[in-house]
Unconditional design. Structure first.
Length: 347
C-alpha cells in the first residue's frame, strides 16, 4: 500500500524528497513547514529531528504520484565557503522565492552521476537522466504560483552541474580567488577539519576533471590541500558553464559582492528576474541576515569580522599559501581546464 502522504505530494512543497536509499531504490520523504524551510541552513542530516514526520517510498511510486511543473528552478552553485548560504538567506526573504539550501537528494544523485556511463554504475545513463529531471521537478514545488524555487546546491553537486543545467532557469556561480579561498579555509577550525575529511574525495574529482593524476595527498600540507580543493570546485564549474557570463549563468566573486552588497544584490536579483524595489534591497543588506553567521544564525558575524580573520590567516600561513599559489600557477600552465579556472576566478 502506498503511503497516505503521496496523495498530497504533487502539490505540497511541505513534503521534501529528502534522501535516496539506493540499495532499496527508495526515497525518504520528510515534512517541513514553510518556516522550517526558511530557517534551515542545510536540508541534509542536520535537519532531522525526532518530531519531523517522515516516510519511505519507492522511487517509481513517488514519480508516478508526481505532477508536472513548467516552472524551472533557479540555482546557486559555488565552490564552498564563499557566502552561498548568506546569499540564499537574503533571497529567501523575498516573497517570490522559495529557498532550499543543499538538499541531500541532489548530493545523492551527484554520487551516482559521477559514475554515470561506467560499467559499475547501478543506474543506466537513461535512468540517471530521467531521475535527475524528476528530482529537480520535485524540488521545484513552491507555496505560491508566483514563487520560484531557488536551490543552493552543495559544492559537491557541481560535479553534475552540466547535467542539471538543461532543467533549470538561471544560475549563479559563486567563487573567490584562490589565495582568498586558502586563507578562508585556514582561518577556521571547522573548515580545516572539513578539509582534512574531504581532501581525498576532492583530489579524486580533480584528477578526473583534468584527466591526469599528478598529485599525491600524502605530500600536501593543509594550504596545498585547500588550493587543490579550489582547483577541484572551480574546474567542475568551468566544465559545466564555461568561464564567462551567459544568458543563464552569472559568475559572482563573493569578495566583490561584499564591497557593495546593495548593488551586487540588486544586480543578481535583476539577473534572476525577481520582482524587487530599491527599498527592499536596502532593507535586506541593512537587516539582521547580513550580521549573522548564515550557517548558524544564532551567532553574530560580519564582513568586518571575516576580513579580520582572513588577514590573520594570510599572515600566519603566508609562506605556505605562496607555495600553494605557485603550484596552482604551474599546474594551470600544464592543464588547460585548470588554466581556464584560474583565468575565470584567479583574481
Amino acid at each position: 500500500m502506498k503511503p497516505k502522504f503521496l496523495e498530497r505530494f504533487p502539490t505540497s512543497p511541505d513534503l521534501l524528497p529528502f534522501m535516496l536509499d539506493s540499495a532499496n531504490d527508495s526515497v525518504t520523504v520528510i515534512q517541513l513547514s514553510q518556516q522550517q524551510f526558511r530557517e534551515a541552513s542545510f536540508l541534509d542530516q542536520r535537519i532531522i529531528k525526532p518530531q519531523i514526520p517522515r516516510g519511505s517510498v519507492q522511487w517509481d511510486d513517488l514519480a508516478e504520484s508526481s505532477g508536472q511543473t513548467t516552472a524551472k528552478p533557479d540555482f546557486i552553485f559555488h565552490i564552498g565557503h564563499v557566502g552561498s548560504t548568506l546569499i540564499s538567506r537574503l533571497f529567501g526573504e523575498l516573497e517570490n522565492t522559495h529557498a532550499l539550501r543543499e538538499p541531500l537528494l541532489l548530493r545523492n544523485l551527484a554520487e551516482i552521476g559521477e559514475l554515470n556511463g561506467r560499467p559499475h554504475c547501478s543506474w543506466s545513463p537513461e535512468k540517471y537522466q530521467t531521475r535527475l529531471k524528476q528530482a529537480i521537478i520535485w524540488l521545484s514545488r513552491t507555496y505560491q504560483p508566483s514563487q520560484t524555487a531557488l536551490i543552493k546546491a552543495s559544492s559537491f553537486v557541481s560535479a553534475i552541474a552540466a547535467d542539471i543545467r538543461p532543467h533549470i532557469g538561471r544560475a549563479i556561480a559563486l567563487y573567490v580567488p584562490p589565495r582568498r579561498y586558502i586563507a578562508t579555509i585556514m582561518a577556521g577550525e571547522a573548515s580545516r577539519q572539513e578539509l582534512a575529511h574531504l581532501s581525498g574525495q576532492r583530489l579524486t574529482r580533480l584528477h578526473s576533471n583534468i584527466d591526469a593524476e599528478p598529485l599525491r595527498l600524502w605530500d600536501m600540507d593543509a594550504p596545498m590541500r585547500a588550493a587543490m580543493s579550489w582547483a577541484t570546485e572551480m574546474t567542475s564549474l568551468v566544465q559545466a558553464f564555461g568561464g564567462e557570463d551567459s544568458d543563464d549563468v552569472k559568475w559572482i566573486n563573493f569578495d566583490t559582492f561584499l564591497q557593495d552588497p546593495q548593488e551586487s544584490l540588486s544586480q543578481i536579483t535583476g539577473f534572476f528576474g525577481y520582482k524587487h524595489d530599491a527599498a527592499q534591497i536596502t532593507s535586506l543588506v541593512n537587516g539582521p541576515v547580513m550580521r549573522q553567521y548564515s550557517k548558524a544564525p544564532e551567532h553574530d558575524y560580519s564582513a568586518d569580522l571575516r576580513a579580520e580573520l582572513l588577514r590573520e590567516a594570510e599572515t600566519q600561513y603566508a609562506g605556505a599559501i605562496t607555495e600553494a599559489m605557485n603550484w596552482l600557477d604551474e599546474a594551470g600552465s600544464q592543464y588547460p581546464l585548470l588554466g581556464k579556472a584560474l583565468e575565470t576566478g584567479g583574481t
